[in-house]
Write a protein that binds this ligand. Structure first.
Ligand code: ADP
Ligand code: MG
Length: 316
């Protein structure tokens, strides 16, 4: 005789989790999700298997029909190689000057070390991930931010054709954030900014930042001040009053811009939490900080009078 599966038992809980995921799997099938994996989260990954867990999440999203795109940073890894090479970083007005040698080092680290690390972790699960840099097929066109900063670039144009082609082949693009100007000169570009620009260019459903803090705090030093949900207008005010500092600035700016430009939701999540992506995408539990539009178009409530297909149940 087959044993009964008792409610609350481990198998029953597993079934509950899968059932809870079902509406999310259906809602996000075919949708593009851009995930920025922070250099700090990655640096921490070497201490455990966080990178392997991240790769599992990306592969699972892909397996259920989503179109994940990974964008990564590598600031700590660049600083590390600079130190090992004995290269002293020059700061001007608090900003790192990127000379020709430094941008070479950044490219070596991002394209030669961090990118293949992510690609390899994903491809443990099958031939899925392809690494590209912003210089490939004109993906990210850059221009100098300021003459005094050298090869620190801003994004001036995104040509997402190469990413769309990979997605259409059911591959997972993994993007290193080196951009190129029209003469072929490489620039180091902030990975948060690139992730936002790519999400916009792809018309992504979601833009997700995985970082090393639980989300956006209303008071930087107070871990209990997590902002769970916010809007571009509220974030503008928080930027203006100095709540948002340092590495959080380009994330918030990009979330605001992306959501105003049609990306459905932006999220700032703690990349140190195992499977944080799955928790965000496939469960009812809200996690980290979610940015949604100031006003959302009213969704048509389902009612008995709403016409729908008797055979498929789909709304007509
Ligand atoms: P990443 O590698 O993910 O880009 P960063 O160090 O650049 O990481 O950015 C995340 C950091 O931003 C946090 O660790 C935190 O110190 C800082 N930060 C500044 N303002 C805030 C804020 N209001 N809420 C949360 N974190 C903040
Ligand atoms: Mg950063």
């Amino acid at each position: 005789m087959i044993d009964q599966i008792a409610p609350g038992s481990t198998p029953a809980l597993k079934a509950d989790v899968l059932v809870e995921a079902l509406p999310y799997i259906r809602r996000f099938a075919g949708k593009t999700v851009v995930v920025k994996y922070g250099g700090n989260a990655l640096a921490g990954a070497s201490e455990g298997d966080a990178l392997a867990l991240f790769a599992q999440d990306i592969v699972l999203m892909h397996a259920v029909g989503m179109r994940p795109v990974v964008v990564h940073g590598g600031g700590p890894q660049i600083s590390d190689l600079m130190k090992r090479l004995g290269k002293v970083t020059e700061f001007r007005n608090g900003l790192r000057v990127t000379d020709a040698e430094t941008v070479d080092i950044a490219r070596m680290v991002l394209v030669g070390q961090v990118n293949p690390q992510l690609v390899a972790a994903i491809n443990v699960h099958g031939p899925l991930a392809v690494g590209v840099s912003g210089a490939d097929a004109g993906l990210i066109v850059a221009a100098p931010r300021h003459p005094e900063l050298g090869f620190v670039g801003d994004v001036t144009d995104v040509n997402p054709t190469i990413v769309n082609r990979l997605l259409n082949e059911e591959l997972i693009p993994v993007i290193a954030t080196i951009g190129s100007d029209l003469s072929g000169q490489a620039y180091n570009i902030n990975a948060d900014t690139v992730a936002g620009a790519i999400a916009e260019a792809l018309g992504a459903e979601k833009l997700v930042y995985l970082t090393d803090i639980e989300g956006l705090r209303r008071v930087v030093d107070d871990p209990t001040s997590l902002i769970r949900q916010t809007t571009p207008d509220e974030l503008d005010a928080l930027m203006a009053n100095g709540t948002i500092n340092g590495g959080m600035i380009p994330k918030v700016e990009s979330c605001v811009h992306a959501v105003r430009s049609g990306v459905g939701r932006s999220h700032i999540l703690d990349g140190r939490i195992p499977h944080v992506l799955l928790l965000e995408v496939f469960t009812d539990a809200g996690i980290g900080t979610m940015v949604k539009p100031n006003t959302e178009p009213a969704t048509t409530p389902f009612s008995a009078t709403t016409p729908f297909s008797a055979t498929t149940g789909a709304l007509l």
